[in-house]
Design a binder for this molecule. Structure first.
Ligand code: UD1
Length: 362
């Protein structure tokens, strides 16, 4: 029987694999194996997402945990090689751009197992971002490159990837979002976080370039405090960021900001879908706010998801206090051009299934 091995490891992976495993279950002759690398391991960063998204329990938990980039990537490689040798997969599926993604694709490529990369072709053109290195290497090694938007396909073509490897399938995260939105609208997260629907901002921050540098972090917080004078800002805090707040002694710099532990998938979707504004350095949240039609300020100098700016609700404002506030003042001006990009329609997993069936039967 044809075996497909799916790799998950970090928080942004789960919502990309869940709809795909579900679609591949119906009517296809595949045996699916789920491998969790354990790059993220706190319940709320990992297992809560597996539960919320209805993923099956992983067949393998590699338990690699945290470490330097080299240590974490190498630990995934050593353990994932054992899985590949035991399972002899016909296809390995990796998603996104985290260290687990590049590690698993390196192992599969060296064992001559075909690799499918979901969310291929995105480029920030900023190699100081570890994710950019992961994207470039993973795409280079992949046999099936499944792109979320036209710009992704164009980037790959410009890098010389043969067109027959590239498949524009749309954004699989939006499959999860649309599927869970009705449940999120019933969710009572705002019973626990005292804000009014449509009257607050949601903030997420975890990029090393923002939170590992005290000056940058302070500049961002100065803008956030000003915004918080007009509307409460809810800030679910990533573990890395929590540590930096302690390291830099920033605990008292959050006037008007409601700090909260990280949230599971449904709670977070419930929170963002009722927000007036999103402020973030996350990749996925730029896309989710575009899909939800909520203005987003991206607190970075660049984005690998330019379609969220050209078609969606996103502004890339950087990390300078005044530039963030200028973006904030522009965020609510009516704009005719806001739309959900093509193929962000909740049917991406079905299109990927078709690509896999064609590939594996040829
Ligand atoms: C990783 C991804 C990033 C993604 C983010 C989403 C890479 C290079 N980075 O960044 O692309 O946007 O996940 O969250 O793969 N920690 C915990 N508990 C956990 C996980 C992490 O406490 O469950 C703490 C540890 O101190 C750890 C630090 O967070 O050292 C960073 O974790 P790591 O997985 O290395 O990177 P992220 O910043 O989470």
């Amino acid at each position: 029987m044809t075996t497909i091995v799916h790799v998950i490891g970090a928080r942004p992976n789960y919502m990309k694999i869940a709809p795909l495993m579900e679609a591949l279950k119906t009517g296809s002759p595949f045996r699916q194996v789920l491998v969790n690398t354990g790059q993220h391991y706190d319940d709320i960063m990992s297992r809560a997402f597996v539960r919320d998204l209805g993923l099956p329990s992983p067949d393998y938990d590699l338990g690699v945990g945290s470490g330097s980039h080299a240590a974490q990537t190498a630990a995934v490689m050593v353990e994932f090689e054992k899985v590949c040798l035991a399972e002899r997969p016909d296809l390995v599926v990796v998603v996104g751009d985290v260290n687990s993604t590049v590690a698993a694709s390196l192992v599969a490529a060296k064992l001559l197992v075909p690799v499918a990369h979901v969310e291929a072709g995105l480029r920030s053109r900023d190699r100081t971002m570890p994710e950019e290195v992961n994207r470039i290497v993973t795409d280079r090694l992949s046999d099936l490159l499944l792109t979320p938007s036209r710009d992704g396909s164009e980037n790959l073509l410009a890098e010389g990837v043969p067109p027959e490897k590239i498949h524009l399938v749309g954004n699989i995260m939006i499959d999860s979002l649309l599927r869970h939105l009705p449940m999120a609208s019933l969710d009572r997260v705002r019973d626990r976080i005292p804000v009014d629907a449509g009257g607050y901002a949601v903030l997420t921050l975890h990029r090393p370039s923002n939170v590992d540098n005290g000056d940058v972090f302070r500049r961002i917080l100065a803008a956030i405090r000003t915004i918080a004078e007009s509307m409460p800002v809810v800030f679910p805090v990533h573990p890395r960021t929590r540590q930096r707040i302690r390291d830099f002694g920033l605990d008292r710099d959050f006037d008007g900001v409601i700090l909260h532990d990280p949230l599971g998938y449904i709670d977070f979707l419930s929170l963002t879908s009722h927000a007036r504004l999103v402020l973030t350095d996350s990749g996925g949240l730029q896309e989710e706010s575009t899909a939800l039609g909520i203005p987003c300020l991206t607190l970075r100098e660049n984005t690998e998801r330019p379609i969220t700016v050209t078609e969606g609700t996103n502004q890339v404002v950087g990390t300078d206090t005044e530039a963030i506030l200028a973006g904030y003042r522009r965020a609510f001006s009516p704009s005719a051009s806001r739309r959900r990009p093509d193929l962000w329609d909740g049917r991406t997993a079905g299109r990927i299934t078709t690509v896999f069936c064609d590939f594996l039967s040829s």
